[in-house]
Design a protein around this ligand. Structure first.
Ligand SMILES: Nc1ncnc2c1ncn2[C@@H]1O[C@H](COP(=O)(O)OP(=O)(O)O)[C@@H](O)[C@H]1O
Ligand SMILES: [Mg+2]
Length: 326
């Protein structure tokens, strides 16, 4: 299951992603956690020291390796250089699983022991000034898009992506890659306006989007969110002393998280799991082709000097049933 946490900066994406990841790990579920937020804090939210977090391998710096592995023997992709972030898999491409060892995890993922389990963590790498213009930001997040577009995940195994909800994530197909998108919103007009924008983009793509109210302080906050987002409001989370203690560098065991917050995490998981029955690999594949053709036209063809539409394998449908190429 592919799950994203999106929202405005400061809304609590990283905090709620990290709690959700801990919740999954506590249940013994296999998890790949991905930090694709502009402010890279998922590692520290999962308990790493600053120096350890800074030493994590950056996916954005390992794109050639990622591309070369995923390309496999796909005859439509002549070289890794010809592969852009939206290049879809086809016959001969290597696919990724959540539960396996592969060169992509070996280069980009670190195992992390949480108090109740072990997960894999991958990070895009820090964004700098020039990344916030269009191209480079995309190339870092592009590593995550390639990962998701080659992943064949099943039920009860999870990729959780902590992700910025900016117009940036809409130019690529990133926002369509998830079984469930949790939009984290504080009960403020700004929080809700990010939701409206996301909803607008998501509408034509069948994106499952639910709002998680965060830093909610009372019934008035809940009423506000309900009034603004209606039934899209899934659950609300209040100020957590457990989170505060962790931020002070005094982490408590995860079992001592406030019961109401634990219940909220259970609600998120149930909502995500419930989407599995509606998963549609054909649509998923069609959408990646759609965004590939769009990116090819707008910049990819010019960049690579080829017609990238030729990379599309018309007969290929990504699915859990596609046999693995060794
Ligand atoms: N439910 C919560 N309880 C306590 N503190 C929270 C909660 N949600 C977020 N915070 C705090 O708010 C700040 C911003 O949260 P963060 O998760 O980093 O936001 P984002 O990733 O969306 O930018 C952090 O200091 C975080 O610890
Ligand atoms: Mg963050």
């Amino acid at each position: 299951m592919k799950i994203a946490f999106v929202g405005k900066g400061g809304s609590g994406k990283t905090t709620l992603s990290s709690l959700f990841i801990r919740h999954l790990a506590a249940a013994g579920a296999p998890v790949v956690a991905v930090d694709a937020d502009i402010n890279q804090h998922l590692g520290t939210a999962l308990g790493l020291e600053d120096a350890e977090a800074a030493a994590l391998p950056a996916m954005g710096e390992r794109l050639p390796l990622i591309k070369d592995y995923l390309r496999g023997s796909n005859p439509r992709i002549a070289s890794a250089d010809m592969m852009i972030k939206t290049t879809p898999p086809g016959e001969g491409s290597r696919l990724l699983r959540i539960r396996e060892d592969n060169p992509v995890y070996e280069a980009c993922a670190r195992s992390l022991r949480l108090d109740d389990g072990e997960i894999r963590l991958m990070v895009t790498g820090p964004f700098n000034e020039s990344d916030l213009g269009v191209a480079c930001y995309h190339s870092k997040v592009g590593a995550v898009e390639l990962f998701l577009n080659h992943l064949v995940d099943g039920p009860e195994e999870y990729v959780v992506v902590d992700m910025t909800a900016g117009s940036d994530s809409f130019a690529s197909g990133m926002f369509t890659r998830f079984d469930m998108t949790f939009l984290v919103a504080e009960p403020t007009r700004k929080g809700v306006s990010v939701y409206r924008q996301y909803k607008e983009y998501a509408r034509d793509f069948g994106v499952a989007l639910r709002v998680v109210g965060n830093k909610v302080q009372g019934p008035d906050d809940v009423d506000f969110l309900r009034e603004q987002v209606g039934d899209d409001l899934l659950v609300t989370v209040g100020q957590s002393d457990w989170v505060r203690a962790m931020e002070k560098g005094r982490p408590a065991p995860f079992v001592s998280l406030e019961p109401q917050n634990r219940t909220a995490l259970g609600t998120l998981l149930a909502a995500a799991d419930a989407t599995y029955g509606r998963r549609d690999w054909e649509r998923y594949t069609r959408q990646m082709v759609h965004f590939h053709l769009k990116n090819a036209q707008s910049w990819g063809n010019a960049r690579t000097g080829t017609d990238l539409a030729a990379q599309v394998d018309p007969a290929f449908v990504l699915s859990e049933a596609v046999p693995q190429l060794s």
